[in-house]
Design a protein around this ligand. Structure first.
Ligand SMILES: Nc1ncnc2c1ncn2[C@@H]1O[C@H](COP(=O)(O)OP(=O)(O)OP(=O)(O)O)[C@@H](O)[C@H]1O
Length: 333
């Protein structure tokens, strides 16, 4: 059984008497222990997808579709069951570790309180377990860390504490929303390595939100590309890099700066990203797509999701067959 299955998840927020679309039918499955990367431009709906799993979407949002976590539809759970699922099956790591910790509690208080809440039992074993978790995430001076308040620790140390707290209850699914974005580059790679290590050691599945396609390729088994509130392509990193199916993915890959060749100008995808609510009857990417044709109607975009219930961009075969594809400048509509 999959740990997580999203089936045609749509989310709209109230706007002037109607609904403003944010997610337009997201379908995704995550197998036990599998890591899925969720990439896409700002505003494409990556975080909102995670929020439908946690049930922390904005107040008044209307969500349809199914969000199955270990066979239970989290959208239908009552308060007590939702608390149980959040404590037991799920963990979340966000961009800003400071937001996850109580500034008035020392690290020991934060971890021990969480462990006692989740597992019950007395304080002493929880303290031992907290110390153990901190050394597992590479904290050298465990005593000092346990005694510190959040403001006394660096962002990298704090993110390690958050990872320790996240794995403490051995959840089956980790939702990681840009967990290293707020850190400097060398700390980023240390924290990412620890997260990846811990995930593998505890056999957790992960949905990893990032803007960084290379990072997603390094740590994920599959990558889902989101555009305007919809997954346009899901593939393994190898497939994605060697034969991207969706024009957006292809242009995204073409836009990466090269470390070895100096380009006079960085390639860009022409036009601007559109929001989910702006999508009309045409394919959401057609306004920016150099291969767009009149028949690119909405609903015919490629969806290669695990369930196999898929259509794919009818342009993709032609795309794959093209010897030379337009550069970003040639592509300007
Ligand atoms: N509380 C809210 N109420 C209404 N709309 C919201 C709210 N939070 C986010 N949105 C809108 O939902 C859309 C998707 O937001 P989301 O945060 O999921 O994007 P994202 O892909 O995670 O972007 P980023 O990479 O910048 O974090 C955006 O258009 C955003 O403006």
């Amino acid at each position: 059984m999959n740990v997580l299955e999203l089936d045609d998840v749509r989310l709209g927020v109230p706007d002037r008497g109607g609904d403003r679309a944010i997610l337009r039918g997201v379908s995704l499955s995550v197998a036990p222990g599998e890591a899925i990367g969720l990439v896409g431009e700002s505003g494409s709906g990556k975080s909102m997808t995670l929020r439908t799993v946690l049930r922390t979407e904005p107040w008044g949002a209307r969500v349809t579709g199914r969000v199955m976590l270990e066979g239970e539809d989290v959208r239908r759970l009552g308060a007590a069951d939702l608390r149980r699922v959040r404590a037991d099956a799920l963990a979340m790591i966000s961009q800003d570790p400071r937001a996850a910790l109580n500034p008035l509690l020392r690290v020991s208080g934060f971890l021990v309180e969480g462990l006692c809440d989740a597992r019950g039992g007395s304080r002493q074993p929880a303290v031992r377990r907290a110390r153990d978790l901190l050394s597992q995430v590479g904290i050298a001076d465990v005593d000092r860390c346990m005694d510190s308040y959040p403001h006394e620790l660096s962002g990298g140390m704090l993110q390690r504490v958050v990872i320790a707290a996240a794995v403490a209850s051995s959840p089956r699914l980790l939702l990681a929303d840009e967990p290293t974005t707020a850190l400097d580059v060398s700390t980023q790679s240390e924290v990412m390595a620890i997260l990846d290590d811990q995930r593998r050691e505890h056999g957790m599945a992960m949905v990893f939100v990032t803007h960084d396609l290379e990072l997603a390729s390094a740590v994920c088994d599959r990558i889902a590309v989101l555009y305007a509130g919809e997954i346009v392509e899901i593939a393994t990193p190898e497939q994605l890099h060697s034969s991207p199916r969706h024009p957006y993915t292809r242009l995204l890959l073409d836009s990466r700066p090269s470390l070895t060749t100096k380009a006079p100008m960085l390639p860009v995808i022409p036009g601007r990203p559109i929001a989910a609510y702006e999508v009309e009857d045409r394919c959401a990417f057609s306004g920016r797509c150099p291969w767009a044709a009149p028949q690119c109607v909405d609903g015919e975009v490629p969806l290669l999701h695990a369930a196999g219930r898929a259509v794919r961009c009818h342009r993709s075969d032609e795309l794959a067959g093209e010897l030379a594809h337009p550069t970003a400048t040639e592509a300007t509509p």
